[in-house]
Design a protein around this ligand. Structure first.
Ligand code: F6P
Length: 342
């Protein structure tokens, strides 16, 4: 078969491991020809690709980022975008496209499948917010990076008797914040799913410090929101692709904490550090598993399906079902996190 591969959306540790696995099984077992489109859907629309083979993918398993490049461009942003995708498929006599991406890339893949394009999806995002699948690759690495940062911040917090506010990624969901908060022993964690009241946050920290603890760590997901009317936040900003641009809620939270409690407070915004560098062993394994399952799905002509981790097995689910709803933090896990708040 002739198979096109692309990576879309934000980069994420494990992307190269998925591509490598697709290429390894595709070439060695199925005798496929593999075309890697550059910069996500842009490469498909502009018919720009590199040929992928086992040799070119050597050494990429532990490498962060994506050898193909990525973008948030999608064919539905252009009046003739879908026609250009179809033209590229025809020009290269492609039998299938494997789209590796998050909510944006996969939603667009579901649409393209409805438009008759033979497509298989692979769920990627450090946010871990894709429906049905229990894990997206990249999440484990992001949690490991955030946890290490929190561990390091504990020592400064304790040495200086400070409140350290740590902002982690998570636009709509608080998976990274919840996991890293539990793993790092955070004092408090604020997530988008549970709007917070800054009065309560300050009162909790004051109570804790009155009881003889002088250092606290507050983990804030970038998409955390105050309860309506409790704290002013700036209007949401959007990038050129219509995606909300976040980053900075920690500064607001920290400023309120310092002014209201009098505790010296510092902010660390982890930002893209969480998406960079080498994937953890778990993410390398999951990415490899997904890559192999994706090329098998192509050969079974399982169009419109996405590979997913469900009950410790990699299975196929309709992409359209997986993107119907975001996956929020498990309430039971959130309750567990809350047990450790003062
Ligand atoms: O890929 C998901 C994500 O990392 C979000 O957690 C974050 O809000 C967003 O991407 C940042 O996107 P960008 O790299 O475009 O600034």
């Amino acid at each position: 078969m002739r198979v096109g591969v692309l990576t879309g959306g934000g980069d994420c540790p494990g992307l190269n491991a998925v591509i490598r696995a697709i290429v390894r099984k595709g070439e060695a077992e199925y005798g496929d020809t593999l075309l890697g489109f550059t910069d996500g859907w842009r490469g498909v629309m502009d018919n720009e690709f590199i040929e992928l083979d086992i040799q070119t993918m050597r050494g990429t398993l532990p490498r962060g980022g994506t050898v193909l490049g990525t973008s948030r461009i999608n064919p539905y942003m252009d009046a003739d975008g879908v026609d250009r995708v179809k033209a590229t498929i025809e020009a290269n006599k492609l039998d299938a496209i494997v789209a590796i991406g998050g909510e944006g890339t996969l939603s667009c893949s579901a649409e393209l499948h409805r438009a008759g394009i033979p497509i298989v999806g692979v769920p990627k995002t450090i946010d871990n917010d894709i429906g049905i699948t229990e894990r997206t690759f990249g999440f484990d690495t992001a949690v490991a990076i955030a946890t290490e940062a929190i561990d390091r911040l504990h020592t400064t917090a304790e040495s200086h008797n400070r409140v350290m506010v740590v902002e982690v990624m998570g636009r709509h969901v608080g998976h990274i914040a919840t996991w890293a908060g539990i793993a790092g022993g955070a004092t408090l964690t604020l997530i988008p799913e549970e709007p917070f009241d800054i009065d309560d946050v300050c009162a909790t920290l004051s109570r804790r410090h009155e009881n003889g603890r002088y250092a606290s760590i507050v983990v804030v997901a970038e998409g955390a929101k105050p309860k309506p009317g409790t704290m002013d936040i700036p209007e949401d900003e959007f990038d050129d692709f219509g995606h909300i641009r976040l980053g900075g809620i920690a500064n607001r939270v920290a400023s309120h904490i310092e002014h209201r409690t009098g505790f010296e407070t510092r902010v660390t915004i982890l930002g893209h550090v969480q998406r960079g560098g080498s994937p953890t062993p778990f993410d390398r394994v999951l990415s490899t598993w997904y890559g192999v399952a994706a090329i098998d799905a192509v050969h079974d002509e399982a169009w419109g399906q996405m590979v997913a981790l469900v009950a410790d097995e990699v299975v196929r689910v309709p992409i359209a079902d997986a993107v119907k709803e975001l996956k929020y933090v498990n309430p039971q896990l959130w309750e567990t996190a809350q047990q450790f708040f003062p």
